[in-house]
Design a protein around this ligand. Structure first.
Ligand code: AMP
Ligand code: MN
Ligand code: MN
Ligand code: MN
Length: 286
């Protein structure tokens, strides 16, 4: 396929293989229906959905890039790094992601213990009922159960009351190191992208450190147009992309029909001044 600046690329979303609500093939159909021309599935710390997603994309005549969203600890916060266009059979990548996922089970048990202390019992078993992949239990699965069990009205309220720093179900966790995540992505031939940069609560100094270290480790892209950014935030990170000479990415971060505000393929285009990351990935499209 021929790629251009205005290609409808959606390079960030989640399936039931992580914390999304649709199986990879159904997500592919939804992306196609939403007008997506180039698609990547980017499950959290997981590449197990890629084969199904790619087969579905090919059947639907939609360009496909392998993808993942890696959880990284940086300056006391969690930063998400999206990898695109890599070989998902690369041994070091496979092993690194497996190790990153490995902490989730014990963390989930600790989260449940914290919730039990405020009188919410059975949260681990409850969350497990929403899990599509036993290796990938996330805060989202707890949130869905807490809503279903009537503890909160919606997922936003769950995060506010229970699952963010300082709240009873929050457990600080050590994720991958920035340098490791980038080495896994690059070693497998992919391009690394900082996901939804406006979502972090860094000081200007910490944010500068993130972008500088990301570049030093060979990182090349940043999400500018994402379902997680307001239009003002998109403008701000368009400027930062230029300042740091980074390629720009675009992705809905779609999770589930009932939960996601932004539909696959429906975001505005990238500002014309930016270089789309997909033009650098043209030879990886499958
Ligand atoms: P985890 O990787 O287990 O820490 O879960 C992180 C996921 O929780 C993110 O990828 C989002 O899908 C979801 N999430 C985080 N914060 C919020 C929030 N404030 N509202 C709704 N979902 C959130
Ligand atoms: Mn998520
Ligand atoms: Mn994210
Ligand atoms: Mn995401």
């Amino acid at each position: 396929m021929t790629l251009h600046h205005l290609t409808n690329a959606d390079l960030h979303c989640h399936s039931t293989v992580s914390d999304g609500g649709l199986a990879p093939a159904l997500l592919a159909e939804r992306a196609k229906a939403g007008g997506v021309e180039l698609w990547a599935l980017t499950d959290h710390d997981e590449i197990g959905g890629i084969a199904e997603a790619r087969a579905a994309a090919q059947r639907l005549g939609m360009g496909f890039l392998s993808g993942v969203e890696i959880s990284v600890s940086f300056a006391g916060q969690v930063v998400h790094i999206v990898g695109l266009g890599f070989d998902e059979t690369d041994a070091e990548l496979v092993q690194g992601l497996r190790a990153t996922r490995g902490g989730r089970g014990p963390r989930a048990q600790e989260m449940a213990a914290g919730l039990a202390q405020v009188g919410i019992h059975g949260a681990y078993e409850g969350a497990l009922r929403f899990v599509g992949n036993p290796e990938l239990i996330s805060r989202t699965h707890f949130a869905r159960w807490l809503v279903e069990a009537g503890h909160c009205r919606d997922i936003a309220e769950v995060f506010r009351k229970y699952l963010t720093e300082g709240k009873p179900g929050y457990v600080p966790h050590r994720w991958a190191q920035l340098g490791d995540a980038l080495r896994w992505i690059h070693g497998a031939g992919g391009i690394a992208v900082i996901a939804h940069p406006a979502r972090y609560r860094f000081t200007p100094t910490e944010e500068y450190a993130l972008f500088s270290e990301f570049k030093q480790h060979g990182g090349r892209g940043v999400e500018v147009i994402t379902g997680s950014h307001s239009s003002a935030e998109a403008v701000r990170y368009a400027e930062i992309a230029q300042e740091f000479d980074l390629l720009a990415s675009r992705g809905s971060d779609f999770h589930a029909p009932e939960e996601s505000r932004v539909e696959l393929g429906s975001l505005p285009p990238l500002p014309g001044t930016l270089s789309p990351v997909w033009l650098a990935l043209a030879d990886r499209v499958q």
